[in-house]
Design a protein around this ligand. Structure first.
Ligand code: ADP
Ligand code: MG
Length: 357
């Protein structure tokens, strides 16, 4: 798929602006604070429904205005689609696809698939498991509505369950109250876990291929989904999940939170059999993050038959020549939007100049 144009009204520092993109490499160039990241952010919002950098939607409205509007025209399977997204100062979001309003924000997922890479993603390896779960969750939610629904329900139930564990810790009826939640947690949890096993299984082959190419065959990258429930069919995962919740009852009561479940899982990342989360050098961390993101592209393509749009915000300057070259090579086959302050690579590209004057 590829984006043909983005129109912004009162989005961040943009009053009104339409930017046209080509298939292949698009370089967004401009001084610091000119609005390059803002432009990529708007594309991300049209794809995922939320910002990669803030949970406060209203921050995206141009200061002094009372709404922000994004329109993306994209081509997918040779068909043109329009996504319109607006947000007003009451925090109300309105989304329409091809002119038809969506009932729920989350229905936007899957229309425009995005792989986003910014200096923040470089931390994927060393940061806490939260970041690695987010990586799986955002990717899977974009191409699987079931996954997204299971995840939202699961997170809600965990919040309710933890609230009960805190507020009703002395109640004799607590165990009974939790029972109903636990049945549902095991249900949704088993969907999440089985999809994540599949996800990691699929991306690991490609991620290792990328990683060994970038490291000139010196390093072997292995990925493994870390979960207390072993990989097996979904019915068994559900049963084990439920049993573990029951077994952990006393522990949860004393801790006052849910100590078991897929909200605590991780991806184990090893380079030449050593835990990269603990020991990877900065260069290695970057190579792994890059390999994971490039593997995500492959994953999208294998799941949906379409390549996603790759957004690279300010990452070129963080990569050395070899890694940069590899990234360029790989971003030839799909639409890529790259922001930078200067660009002198010898590759064919569409140049978009941004200025704030
Ligand atoms: N809601 C907003 N309204 C108006 N301007 C904003 C808003 N949010 C951020 N900005 C401005 O946008 C600019 C930063 O844009 P950004 O896309 O991050 O720049 P860069 O080109 O360096 O990536 C800053 O000048 C900031 O003040
Ligand atoms: Mg920026």
């Amino acid at each position: 798929m590829h984006i043909e144009s983005v129109t912004l009204k009162n989005f961040r520092n943009y009053e009104t602006r339409t930017v046209e993109f080509k298939d292949g490499l698009n370089i967004v160039i401009g001084k610091n604070a000119s609005g390059k990241t803002n432009l990529l952010e708007s594309v991300y919002v049209a794809g995922i429904g939320r910002s990669p950098r803030t949970n406060k939607y209203k921050e995206m409205i141009k200061w002094g205005s009372d709404y922000a509007y994004i329109k993306v025209i994209l081509k997918k399977n040779k068909t043109t689609h329009t996504i319109e997204y607006s947000i007003d100062n009451q925090d109300k979001k309105r989304i329409a696809i091809d002119g038809i309003p969506l009932v729920r924000l989350s229905e936007i997922l899957g229309m425009l698939n995005i792989v986003f890479f910014s200096p923040d993603e470089m931390k994927l390896v060393k940061e806490s498991p939260v970041e690695r779960r987010k990586f799986m969750d955002i990717s899977l939610s974009q191409q699987n509505k079931n996954y997204f629904n299971a995840l939202s329900k699961y997170n809600n139930i965990i919040a309710q369950r933890n609230k009960l564990l805190k507020e009703q810790k002395d109640s004799p009826a607590l165990k009974e109250m939790l029972y109903g939640w636990d049945v549902q947690l095991a249900d949704y949890g088993s969907i999440i876990i089985s999809k994540r096993y599949e996800f990691v299984d699929k991306i690991k082959v490609f991620a290792n291929k990328m990683h060994s190419e970038i490291s000139e065959n010196r390093e072997n990258l292995t990925l493994e989904y870390e979960c207390d429930v072993p990989c097996q069919d979904i019915e068994n995962i559900k049963n084990i999940f439920f049993k573990k919740l029951q077994d952990n009852y006393e522990k949860d009561v004393s801790l006052q939170y849910t100590s078991f479940g897929c909200h605590r899982d991780d991806i184990a990342i090893k380079i030449n059999n050593t835990d990269a989360r603990k020991f990877a050098s900065q260069g290695q961390q970057r190579t792994v993050a890059l390999s994971l993101k490039l593997a995500e592209i492959y994953f999208f393509e294998s799941e949906t038959g379409e390549k996603p749009v790759l957004l690279l915000d300010d990452v070129l300057s963080e990569l050395d020549g070899g890694r940069r070259k590899k990234l360029m090579e790989l971003s030839m086959g799909l639409q890529t939007l790259i922001t930078c302050t200067d660009f002198d690579e010898d590759v064919n590209h569409n140049l978009i100049r941004i200025s704030n004057d």
